[in-house]
Design a protein around this ligand. Sequence first.
Ligand SMILES: Cc1ncc(C[n+]2csc(CCOP(=O)(O)OP(=O)(O)O)c2C)c(N)n1
Ligand SMILES: [Mg+2]
Length: 304
Amino acid sequence: MTAPAVALPEHAPPLELSDEDLSLMLTIRAFELKLLELFERGMLNGTTHTCLGQEYIPVAMEGLLAPGDHVFSNHRGHGHYLARYRDPEGLLAEIMGREGAVCGGVGGSQHIRRERYVSTGVQGESLPVACGVALHLKRVEPGSLACVYVGDGTFGEGAVYEALNLASLWGLPLVVVVENNGIAQSTPTGRHLAGGIAGRAAAFGVEYRFTDSVDVAGIRRLLGPAVEAVRGGVPLVVEFATQRLGPHSKGDDTRSEAAVAQARAADWYPRYAQAQPVRFEQLDLEARALVEAVAVDVAGRGLS
Ligand SMILES: Cc1ncc(C[n+]2csc(CCOP(=O)(O)OP(=O)(O)O)c2C)c(N)n1
Ligand SMILES: [Mg+2]
């Protein structure tokens, strides 16, 4: 994706970030673009949901998580996995069903299981499970937490509220990261969510933070104290107002061209490119080359 010339708002954040973090964001982007390309070329089966536009969220969260924390991901989970494990090879092999697949090729894009990490394509399923894990952590490994990623549409699942209720009553070390990309498959948030995420967290007496920033360092500063409090048993809902740049899955974008253009205008990618052009271009080239090499390697392997 080439960076369109977008004027940065005057209050644009400094976007200071380590090479490692920026490189991770760019690797996730390159990985997702490669997946769509592989699908177009008929080299992938099944389905996949890319996190294009949302890559900075798991990268920001990863800076706040410890190795002993548990992560629960969802159907749009490649970024969550790559931020946790930096393993594009194992994930692509999983999605393509090739040797080296992280789950032997039986999980595919949506169902990944690894140490202290699991993803599911069933909306909301992970929240009660994460509550159970958080309760275990509270008893056996105090200081560790369970972090769950869900979308705005998943707030239509009753299991979310059972989980928030217990998390609040029992003081569970649970962080619910809501990636509010303004749409659930084809339904805009305004047509499926009455009230808002903040009000729903408040109804259960759960702490809530909101950000519409793409500045990873700033997001970490904002969320750092609240995540530390989670470790002491104060559950938290964090709402990220974000953008889904691509289709829901592949080729199934029901939005108007104007809505897609609006999402692209808020993309983090051109903002970082503009802020630090030289470093950005170099890291981007490296990320794309890495993903290309992984794709060639994995595609040449036998079935898992
Ligand atoms: C229990 C359940 N109901 C329906 C679906 C089908 N489904 C898959 S993704 C999705 C939309 C999810 O929207 P959101 O939570 O906003 O996440 P996003 O796709 O926007 O990241 C739906 C309805 C499902 N996977 N599980
Ligand atoms: Mg959504």
